[in-house]
Design a protein around this ligand. Structure first.
Ligand SMILES: [Zn+2]
Length: 139
């Protein structure tokens, strides 16, 4: 019987992190038509949690899948990302930005005690609800 031998120079393969077991995805309503999707579990591996704000509710399942996919890639690829960077994952293209709590909801502060990365549109079109920019004063 042939016996397969592992080369003596090989190193043990790092075990792949299964995000379906290690990450929890929360989907929270932010109003009648939009929601907040975010991860819990990335911090245990030394990475920022991930989130998408103001996502149309009919897209929340897709958003959760995207966060799982991105989380798996970050945890298993060894690639190093930073905020401001544009990331393409399959057909999804987004920019990583620093997540900030909604000042109108003090209960959210616990989610932001450590760094959170928010996935935003690559065109940087700010959401008028989550990321309002002050209008210029005309007088
Ligand atoms: Zn949560």
């Amino acid at each position: 019987m042939a016996k397969r031998e592992t080369p003596k120079t090989s190193t043990p393969r790092k075990k792949k992190v299964d995000v379906m077991k290690c990450l929890v995805i929360h989907m929270i309503s932010e109003g009648p038509s939009v929601g907040w999707v975010h991860t819990h579990g990335m911090r245990e591996f030394g990475h920022p949690e991930l989130e998408i704000r103001c996502l149309p509710k009919f897209m929340m399942m897709y958003g959760g899948s995207l966060l799982n996919e991105l989380g798996s890639f970050i945890l298993n690829s060894g690639e190093v990302f930073k905020t401001g960077e544009v990331v393409q994952l399959g057909i999804s293209k987004f920019r990583l930005s620093r997540g900030e709590p909604n000042p109108a909801d003090p209960d959210e502060a616990a989610h932001y005690q450590e760094e959170v990365w928010r996935l935003i549109d690559v065109e940087d079109a700010p959401c008028a609800v989550c990321n309002p920019h002050p209008s210029p004063q005309l007088n």
